[in-house]
Design a binder for this molecule. Structure first.
Ligand code: UDP
Ligand code: MG
Length: 326
């Protein structure tokens, strides 16, 4: 399969992961065109169809007849948003790229401001959610807890409340493309890249249409993926828990010894014994579980499977060739 696309003088690639988004796709496309056309730049819009089962494909293909700036890539099945974004980075040809959700929670109106920040020298423009409208309280609270936790234990600094809506310069894209790991926690990879970064705050709105594709279980899995990919702190929990329980056992042994010197009762203390055994057993299983999680990550990496498979690739047939460069 040829996924290499020829070089052009594209200034901006818009990367859009799509999973069952028939309700919102036409509105999104109109909105992005309204924002980007007046900028008078060479651009491409890359729709990555992450195995949608609804009418998303036919909608994109219809749009493509009218808008030849659309590149369409279809996965062989649903590989997840992280894989879709990875594919977008590989396929994009622009000297900068913007990652954006199709549900209009990431406002396309901010694109000019992002380009301005790029113009002022930022390689990565982070879009920070100052407020998250229309999201349930549990999502906001758990997201906050996650950012707090990962901020403390991660080996690179992962900015709080910055999602995937960002702009990347060509050298940042090339850096991300070099990261070959299979377990892809993109927010961590973006932070790992470094380079000059800028932050723009915005209010995150509700979805324009359709439902979220991230139920709690999927979000929790992504959070755990992020923690284990960017921190070895959970492995150290085992050491600390082991030390703490050994210390506790040592103190308790002293207590039992003194008690036995003054009061001799052989049978009493049986419940304590059971409690201690259960506690230590639980602790050992917990620590083994953590080790297992990291081993599972290594297992996934050594298999070296591709992150995604592309079934169909239709590159943009015209990249605004009639437009002058800004
Ligand atoms: N998405 C995807 N693959 C998935 C799940 C989601 O490509 O398996 C896309 C989805 O179409 C949307 C973006 O990722 O463009 C964000 O998804 P969603 O709005 O459901 O997430 P939320 O905003 O609720 O976190
Ligand atoms: Mg959304």
């Amino acid at each position: 399969m040829n996924t290499e696309l020829s070089n052009t003088n594209i200034e901006l690639s818009i990367i859009v992961p799509v999973y069952n988004e028939e309700d919102v796709l036409p509105i999104f496309h109109q909105k992005i065109i309204d924002v980007i056309e007046p900028l008078n730049i060479h651009y491409e819009i890359i729709y990555i169809n992450d195995g949608s089962q609804d009418k998303s494909e036919s909608i994109i293909l219809n749009l493509r007849k009218q808008y030849p700036e659309i590149t369409y890539a279809k996965f062989s099945r649903n590989f997840g948003k992280e894989a879709a974004m990875t594919a977008g980075f590989k396929l994009c040809r622009g000297s900068a790229a913007i990652m954006i959700d199709v549900d209009l929670q990431d406002p396309p109106e901010l694109i000019p401001a992002m380009l301005k920040a790029r113009h002022n020298g930022a390689d990565v423009v982070n879009m920070k959610r100052s407020k998250r409208n229309g999201e349930p309280w549990w999502k906001k609270t758990t997201a906050n807890m996650f950012y707090q936790l990962i901020g403390k234990i991660s080996e690179v600094e992962i900015p709080h409340n910055v999602g995937d809506f960002r702009l990347f310069s060509r050298r940042a894209i090339d850096a991300i493309n070099q990261l070959s790991e299979r377990g892809r926690f993109m927010k961590g990879l973006y932070a790992w890249v470094g380079y000059p970064q800028a932050t723009i705050e915005y209010v995150r709105d509700e979805r324009a249409a359709g439902n979220t594709k991230w139920p709690f279980v999927k979000l929790a899995a992504l959070a755990w993926q992020g923690i284990t990919a960017f921190s070895t702190a959970p492995l150290q929990i085992a050491t600390w828990l082991g030390l703490a329980s050994a210390g506790g056992a040592f103190i308790y042994a002293g207590y039992v010894l003194i008690k036995n010197i003054f009061i001799t009762d052989a049978v009493q203390g049986f419940p304590t014994l059971i409690v201690v055994i259960l506690f230590l057993g639980g602790l050992q299983l917990f620590c083994m579980g953590i080790l297992g999680e990291y081993i599972a990550r290594i297992y996934t990496e050594v298999k070296f499977r591709p992150v995604y498979l592309i079934e169909t690739l239709l590159p943009a047939s015209a990249v605004c060739s009639d437009k002058g460069l800004k």
